[in-house]
Design a protein around this ligand. Sequence first.
Ligand code: PMP
Length: 359
Amino acid sequence: TSPTLIMSRFWSPVVHNLTPYVPGEQPKLTNLIKLNTNENPYGPSPKVQAAMQAEIADTLRLYPDPNADKLKAAIATYHGVSPAEVFVGNGSDEVLAHAFQALLKHDAPLLFPDITYSFYPVYCGLYGIDYRTVALSDTLEISTDDYRQDCGAIIFPNPNAPTGRLLARDAIETLLNEHPNQVVVVDEAYIDFGGDSAIPLVSRYPNLLVVQTLSKSRSLAGLRVGFAIGHPALIEALERVKNSFNSYPLDRLAIAGAAASFEDEAYFRQTCQAVINSRETLVGELTHLGFEVLPSAANFVFARHPLRDAATLAAALRERAIIVRHFRQPRIEQFLRISIGTDAECGALVKALEELLSA
Ligand code: PMP
């Protein structure tokens, strides 16, 4: 039987109509300089590995705690909230998926920026959520004024992806005040690289849900842990969806390793600062090469060269074993998104660009 026939006969219409999310490349080659998916070059705290090894010793036979209480307690203590205000999931992608189902599906459309994390429209397609995009400003910033319209809910990353631009906490507070009857989800995947988190607003705004990940600033992309902080009643909605989907989203190793990462503040601060310092150096060097670089509060920069085609540059870098991200999307197709690597990796990138630009 042909695959086409199987698809047309057995696939649900939702799958037929779904434009799937295209993840950044995870190459099998190991000798590449990988600056394409915003991983942290420094690796997690040594305490994470120690905690996971202790966990391996004799508990893998047993199911994990379905509520991941230990991790929730660690996150709650770290962020100064109560465990009832914390939800954890298998990467922030899963946390977001549950938020889309539990909190963002309403009769009126969900609003998010036209240039943003490309998973959002995919979740809308999957869960049948009506949405409307709001154009970024000329400077590729989120302008909260443009969100003054009827809507069912709002979601955006802060800093935004893939632009790296930060929205000030005051502007988020204005948005929350203007939409008291709508949930506002702030996806803070990159907040630890120079932004102010909206978490302190949670106690005053029951319509705010803040989502974070351990994949970037805590260098645990491989462990798949994300969390949300919000009013206990918002968290309860997420728990309900989660329990109807997979009662054990986090395995024992993830719970142990993730909890331990919150116990090494010195390592966390030091590695975040190292990434920020390398970013500032890279911004200077790219600017020197003639790139226009957007101000970034993330562990990546978004840059374009006025005289060079971005797709061509990305392909030429790839030939030199350096991979960066390029999006074929209106308004940003001349940009490259470059993750911040070690200084040596950033140096190799700058050298390669220098050669390509002088050719
Ligand atoms: N939100 C944004 C804005 C992201 O860029 C990413 C990373 N692709 C995620 C969420 C998901 O991260 P993770 O699932 O690794 O927590």
